[in-house]
Design a protein around this ligand. Structure first.
Ligand SMILES: Cc1cc2nc3c(=O)[nH]c(=O)nc-3n(C[C@H](O)[C@H](O)[C@H](O)COP(=O)(O)OP(=O)(O)OC[C@H]3O[C@@H](n4cnc5c(N)ncnc54)[C@H](O)[C@@H]3O)c2cc1C
Length: 451
């Protein structure tokens, strides 16, 4: 029997684990967070309960397979609880890294380190209660610039405009380097915030960018037929405060901070549009503008985290993408220094293509990655590799606070009880130590009941 390691228990990792396990192999899942689910648990908007419950149920089904083993609260990284070399030393039949895209894209702007400047992922982790982000300072002010124009921007705007318990927001300003036709959000997401867009302001902004858009053949008269058609659909309905506004054709240039070290102004460069490689691109002009903001959130996608220890290049983890073998080869990790594949090492999901699509796409990618692993295993000798027992023994010797499948059930029971007591649909503990304590308390309670 083969033993395959899956590092990362988001949708890509869990659906990969399912496929590999159902083919008759042991799977050992290592996960940084105590709970499984990745961004499906800690990224998807907090009030999308139905979707989250559905996904949790599917993940629980994967973990209920007897040949899937789970070690939560175990980051695999240089300087993490388990280094990648230790993982290799355990001699798995194959390893799939499905760790998502945990790195932060830095633009290298002057002032980027100011207080009140956040990456969208970290901010989303904070309001979705992922430790340690849940207890870190992600305070927002009254005027918040959100850079980027995709679904993540819409989620963040929704939180700031509607659900943030602090209720401090007066205006969310979307800063987009290109024009309204390049908006990437889905209508069904934008519906939730459209009532905060002041139509007169929006049209004034369209008039401001009319000429640069016309230069690439874009007609502002058609914006309401394209990505912003939701605004036309709800035209005439009252605009709500706080306000959601757009600054098109603007790129952040410099972040200024006040004496308290917190951002108090943003300089943006005004762009024009040019045709490039069959599409349109933004080109900076000499003109700049000052935006009066006290918080800034970058929602421009993420990158993979180099600290995991896989070969890393400008496109993230290096894969065998040059292989003419097949599309499946792009799931194999390639070591450019040695000029060869890292035998038995694969990536899938957002670890393969950062910030690429919804849960369904990550699931599909995990399953394709699993197919590649199964092909690889066919040529590998059986029973020459690590056993699950070896892994248990090794981790036990390290004395780490690990979380097993049984522990997850104890945690889930405690959270359901807490939700019931508070009259909520669901409840999450937001601190690792508290979760570990609750698990121990539940175990002790069960032992007492048995005795
Ligand atoms: C703000 C936001 C909102 C979204 N909303 C939706 C939505 O409404 N609907 C939808 O379908 N999709 C949504 N998505 C997309 C969806 O969440 C992703 O497609 C999907 O979660 C990606 O799956 P993944 O498994 O590749 O990575 P992730 O979900 O990021 O999972 C990665 C896993 O790896 C673990 N990990 C990370 N580093 C390590 C390490 N070093 N060692 C061990 N484990 C590690 C993490 O703990 C995590 O469990 C949203 C994404 C974001 C960012």
């Amino acid at each position: 029997m083969h033993t395959v390691f899956v590092v990362g228990a988001g949708p890509a990792g869990l659906f990969a684990a399912q496929k590999i396990a159902l083919a008759g192999n042991n799977v050992v899942v290592f996960n940084r967070d105590i709970k499984p689910g990745g961004l499906a648990e800690y990224g998807i908007y907090p009030t999308k309960d139905k979707m989250k419950f559905g996904l949790r149920k599917q993940f629980a089904k994967v973990l209920s397979l007897p040949n899937v083993h789970y070690f939560g609260h175990l980051p695999v990284a240089h300087g993490g609880a388990l280094a990648i070399d230790e993982l290799r030393g355990l001699n798995p039949s194959a390893t799939v890294f499905t760790v998502g895209a945990q790195g932060t894209k830095k633009l290298g702007l002057p002032g980027e380190e100011a207080l009140g400047v956040y990456s969208a992922k970290d901010f989303v982790y904070h309001y979705n209660l992922l430790p340690p982000f849940a207890s870190q300072d992600f305070s927002t002010g009254k005027r918040i610039a959100v850079v980027g124009m995709g679904n993540v921007m819409v989620d963040i705007a929704r939180w700031l405009l509607k659900d943030d318990p602090g209720h401090r927001t007066e205006e969310v300003i979307v800063v987009a380097r290109r024009g309204p036709f390049e908006a990437k959000f889905d209508d069904k997401e934008f519906v939730d915030v459209q009532m905060h867009v002041d139509r007169a302001d929006f049209e004034a902004e369209l008039r401001r960018v009319k000429d640069p858009l016309a230069a690439v053949g874009q007609d502002i008269g058609k914006v309401m037929d394209g990505p912003f058609k939701v605004l036309r659909k709800f035209e005439g309905e009252p605009t709500m405060t706080p306000k959601l506004s757009f600054r098109f054709l603007c790129s952040p240039k410099e972040i200024h901070s006040g004496p308290d070290g917190r951002i108090d102004r943003l300089t943006v460069t005004e762009n024009v549009m040019v045709e490039r490689n069959g599409g349109v691109a933004a080109k900076a002009t000499e003109r700049t503008e000052e935006l009066d903001v006290d918080t800034m959130i970058f929602a421009i996608g993420d990158v993979q985290d180099p600290r995991v220890g896989l070969p890393y290049g400008p496109e993230g983890y290096v894969t065998n993408s040059n292989s003419h073998d097949s599309e499946l080869a792009s799931y194999e990790v390639f070591d450019p220094q040695q000029g060869r594949m890292l035998s038995g090492t694969f990536v899938a999901g957002w670890a393969r293509r950062a910030s690429d699509g919804l849960v369904g796409i990550a699931r599909h990618d995990g399953e394709i990655g699993a197919e590649r692993v199964l092909q690889y295993l066919e040529a590998q000798p059986r029973n020459r590799h690590a056993t699950v027992h070896d892994v248990w023994m090794y981790l036990d010797r390290k004395g780490l606070d690990l979380v097993s499948k049984d522990d997850l059930e104890f945690l889930s029971m405690a959270e359901s009880r807490e939700a019931q007591a508070r009259g909520l649909n669901s409840f999450k503990f937001a601190d690792d130590r508290e979760m570990l304590r609750v698990i121990e308390d539940e175990k002790a309670k069960e032992l007492r009941e048995v005795a």
